[in-house]
Design a binder for this molecule. Structure first.
Ligand code: HEM
Length: 421
């Protein structure tokens, strides 16, 4: 709980207000200048908005912990907790752990989706994107969220983890239900109970696949986890304790890619001169991806828990407080980035962006994510000439506490005169 005066911005700020979502960076600029650390009583969360403070908190392992990262926005009703108690331990997620437990889990997951593996699957990534584009390229119009940006990273993640492609819709439903469990908006208990049941079903599904891989190992993340965390002499976690790791990889490695791809495309639609330049010089695409990660990071912030009374930017944060480190705001901090409000694929300071986080929890899927984004953009620009927005279907942003991106993005293009059409 906050003590003393609550700054006006903490009372005004509402991540679920569509108008504020559209003008989020003006609000962050105001916060950075006047209240770089502010408290929002409605959600009982402290926000940290300046780059150097976000970085300092990420490094301060004595005052902050990720262990409670999955704390619900409101405490779960008893009925929900009862359902979740029928599932398996939450102790071995990567995202809500600190060293020393986090260290071997991270090493194993990073190895499984490492650069070498990523190079090995580059061809598959290309094929998956190509097949999805084949399905709509002759139509001249598409909703890119549903037709490309959503299924593409999902199919890649399914292959890497080792789940069958046919289960994509099932996994989408489970992913959506999972988000409901942590919603900041009011959710009826009945709906939450169903979400909890679905989550337990997801855990049981993963356990079944782990048991299968124990008998029939393959070259996938599930088999790798068994080898390194279950069968290894120094770590022998029961399979039940491993179930949340593939869930963590699927949820962390999927919607993030969807949102980033839609941001990149919408930036290109807004800047036709940039679109022409990137078409002429596809080698600029990696720079575009990095700048999109800075300019509109899909993971707009991350939660940490204060484990001691601590001062950040002169503001006292009490022990046990929930703290949201705003990657979105930090990425627009003029103290760190030159002309931060300009989308500039030539900027030289982009490598400091927090689009993949920083430090202990830095995204282990970053090389794979960069590959996916490059491949999808290259193919889309090559196969969909004169790509443009659909005037009567403007893109709308979703409202979310810590994710940022579009719900849908309609585009059209000329059919008939591009290679591969
Ligand atoms: C454009 C796509 C992606 C973006 C923007 C992204 C972003 C991030 C960010 C910001 C974090 C750190 C969160 C924090 O600081 O608490 C993170 C962690 C993570 N990401 Fe990604 N990610 C992407 C793709 C992927 C992919 C493709 C995978 C795997 C297939 C993946 C797996 C993970 C995992 C397992 C973590 C947790 C790491 C830990 O807690 O140590 N991500 N991601």
């Amino acid at each position: 709980m906050a003590s003393g005066h609550v700054a006006d911005i903490g009372l005004r700020f509402d991540p679920l207000d569509p108008e504020q979502t559209d003008h989020r960076y003006a609000l962050w600029a105001d916060a950075r200048e006047h209240h770089p650390v502010f408290y929002r009583p409605k959600s009982d969360v402290w926000f940290v908005t300046r780059y150097q403070d976000v970085e300092a908190v990420l490094k301060d392992v004595h005052s902050f912990s990720k262990c409670d990262d999955f704390a619900p926005a409101q405490p779960w009703p008893e009925e929900v907790q009862r359902v979740l108690d029928h599932g398996y331990s939450w102790d071995y997620f990567l995202s809500n752990n600190d060293p020393p437990i986090h260290t071997p889990l991270k090493r194993v997951v990073s190895k499984a989706i490492s650069r070498r593996q990523t190079t090995a699957i580059a061809e598959r990534v290309q094929d998956i994107a190509s097949e999805l584009i084949d399905d709509f390229v002759q139509d001249g119009i598409a909703e890119l969220g549903e037709q490309l940006a959503w299924p593409f990273p999902a199919l890649v993640a399914l292959e890497i983890v080792g789940f069958p492609r046919e289960d994509m819709d099932l996994l989408k439903r489970w992913g959506d239900e999972w988000v409901l469990l942590f919603s900041d908006a009011p959710v009826e208990t009945e709906v939450m109970v169903r979400a909890a049941e679905q989550f337990v079903a997801f855990q049981n599904y993963v356990l079944e696949h782990l048991r299968d891989r124990e008998r029939n190992p393959r070259d996938d993340l599930l088999s790798h986890l068994i080898r390194e965390l279950h069968d290894a002499p120094d770590i022998d976690l029961p399979l039940e304790d491993i179930v949340n790791i593939p869930i963590n990889v699927m949820t962390a490695g999927h919607v993030t890619g969807t949102l980033l791809l839609l941001e990149e495309i919408s930036e290109l639609l807004r800047h036709p001169e940039l679109m022409s330049e990137v078409r002429r010089n596809p080698e600029k695409i990696p720079a575009l991806v990095e700048e999109a990660l800075r300019f509109e990071p899909p993971v707009h912030g991350t939660f940490v828990r204060a484990i001691a009374d601590v001062e950040v930017a002169g503001v006292r944060i009490p022990k046990n407080a929930s703290v949201l480190l705003s990657y979105g705001s930090a990425n627009h901090d003029p103290g760190q980035f030159r002309c931060p409000e300009a989308f500039d694929v030539y900027r030289t300071d982009v490598k400091h962006h927090l689009g993949f986080g920083k430090g202990t929890h830095f995204c282990p899927g970053a090389p794979l994510a960069r590959l996916e984004q490059r491949v999808a953009l290259e193919l889309l620009l090559e196969r969909c000439p004169n790509l443009r927005a659909v005037d009567d279907r403007p893109a709308e942003r979703m409202q979310h506490f810590w994710l940022r991106g579009y719900q849908a993005l309609w585009v059209q293009w000329d059919v008939g005169d591009a290679p591969g059409q």
